[in-house]
Design a protein around this ligand. Structure first.
Ligand SMILES: C[S@@+](CC[C@H](N)C(=O)[O-])C[C@H]1O[C@@H](n2cnc3c(N)ncnc32)[C@H](O)[C@@H]1O
Length: 254
């Protein structure tokens, strides 16, 4: 039985590492992830060279970052996840560490990413404060995390996180208000908040859960269509409630 959250996450992701390799192994699922990554990368300041991907997992996003930014570094608590990244990332700079105790000097990075890892932390403000400290003045934090603004999604997630072996019971999603408040408490000025992922997220996000989707004829074409529709849905205030993720961009308060 794990003693604390760090150990629980290591154990959990030991099991999940092969599933992530599988999840990103299809054209249609990769198309979706690449669009998600492009959304996050679109917020990187043009001159940024020192980038950190926290909770980089199997390194699929890091591999894309490395194409443009050779100085990118990936950090993850799970060595099992990082080992899978050998498939994707040549010459990666990888660090096995607990992001709640970040091993970097203050101001080491110009951009810090957090794609789906904040919700595994327990001291959110403490972790985000460390993200702020890891950034140089004028740096940027770019997160994408599960969004619970929609009561139905919130309920489904609560059940999933409690019952599924793929989550720890203490994992949790965020409301827009909640994640903005946590970021502000950690000393960030939030400069952008937008919802991401509705139809494409459910269709192409998890072929490891819904294996049948890989046999759907034209699944890559359908994913492209859904990505476009999602962009529309997430841009319309009432409909954006359907978004499964929330992208938050913040700068350390001067
Ligand atoms: C949902 S996965 C996302 C992986 C990757 N960002 C992606 O999009 O494929 C969350 C990742 O966060 C990592 N993680 C969880 N808690 C962590 C912690 N305290 N410090 C560093 N990484 C952590 C897990 O090992 C896992 O790789």
């Amino acid at each position: 039985m794990p003693q604390n959250n760090a150990q629980a996450q290591i154990e959990l992701h030991k099991e999940l590492a092969p599933r992530y390799a599988y999840r990103y192994g299809f054209e249609f699922s990769r198309l979706f992830q690449e669009d998600w990554h492009a959304e996050m990368i679109s917020h990187v300041p043009p001159a940024a060279e020192r980038l950190l991907d926290i909770g980089c997992g199997t390194g699929f996003f890091l591999a894309e970052l490395m194409d443009e930014h050779k100085g990118a570094v990936g950090l993850d608590i799970s060595h099992a996840m990082l080992k899978v990244s050998d498939q994707y990332v040549d010459d990666a700079r990888l660090v096995t560490a607990d992001a709640e105790h970040m091993p970097f000097a203050p101001g080491s990075f110009q951009t810090v990413f957090c794609k789906g890892s904040l919700h595994h932390m327990r001291d959110h403000v403490g972790f985000l404060t460390q993200c702020r400290e890891a950034l140089e003045p004028g740096g940027v934090l770019i997160m994408s995390e599960p969004c619970n603004d929609n009561p139905l999604i919130r309920l489904a997630r609560a059940i999933l996180y409690k019952k599924s072996a793929h989550f720890d019971e203490g994992d949790q999603g965020f409301t827009r208000k909640g994640i903005v408040s946590l970021s502000e408490q950690a000393g960030f000025d939030v400069t952008k908040v937008k919802k991401y992922g509705v139809l494409a997220y459910t269709f192409a996000g998890f072929p490891d859960h819904l294996g049948i989707l890989r046999f759907v004829p034209g699944n890559a074409w359908i994913t492209r269509l859904f990505i476009r529709l999602d962009r529309l849905i997430c841009a319309i205030p009432g409909l954006s409630l359907l978004g499964f993720h929330i992208v938050v961009v913040g700068k350390p308060r001067a």
